[in-house]
Design a protein around this ligand. Sequence first.
Ligand code: PAF
Length: 282
Amino acid sequence: MKVVHNIQELRDQLQGQTRVAFVPTMGNLHRAHLDLMKLARQHGDPVVASIFVNRLQFGPNEDFDRYPRTLQDDAAKMEQERDVYVLFAPSEREMYPEPQSFRVSPPDHLGRILEGHFRPDFFEGVCTVVLKLFSCVQPKVAVFGKKDYQQLMVVRQMVRQFQLPVEVLAHETVREEDGLAMSSRNRYLSPEERAQAPQIYYALQEMNERLQEGQSREEIEAYATKKMSDLGWKVDYMALRRQSDLLEPTEEQIQAGEPLVALAAAKLGATRLIDNLEMVKA
Ligand code: PAF
């Protein structure tokens, strides 16, 4: 695997390649990232992965400064798996040599709801860096995890509206044995919090059970929010939405078998976790 830190070097490495498969990450790699790279390998060649902790997508009170930066360990993990041909790990100065005053803003109906409501600049930061990374790597295929469900949808819509020649592939959420979705932020959890953390996934499963029992969207959301709060979480949202656009489904749509997704975001102590589960009323 070649590790490159600047854009020119990356372009030289990829000269003439027309089937590049790309996995953008912020590093601190775990099994789920490595699985994205495996999927990339099945859909293109060579595989390029990036590691870049993107300041633009962090709010002023978020964890940009303490976000784990573990480049050497990450590179060793990728070497072992042998899926990645080029690791692109640019510095901040390389990606943002001047203040990034041109930005890509998703529409409010997608970018300001759910995550975007609680993290107002998040999707603009994500879109801006993903567009820049796509411009550096020029992939044919790019792989994103379904754990960041709204991010996946935002990126897909950006690609569609800008008519970028990139196919976006989604990888299923990868979970620990107890159901907790893998995330770099899990490492912030204390041992007690780690033991409690799968509750967010169990709450999503319970939302599905209640959906199947015939409860309304409002009842399901209210129940899940109360349950999580009673367990000591600070809930941002426990929401049942349409898979197609993340808007609220009507009762008729639910009964007609509209594909739905339950999305959760809540804080356990100082750590904010997100998760989601797709579901359909049978
Ligand atoms: O999902 C992530 O790790 C980041 O949001 C991404 C897509 C690499 C952009 O910085």
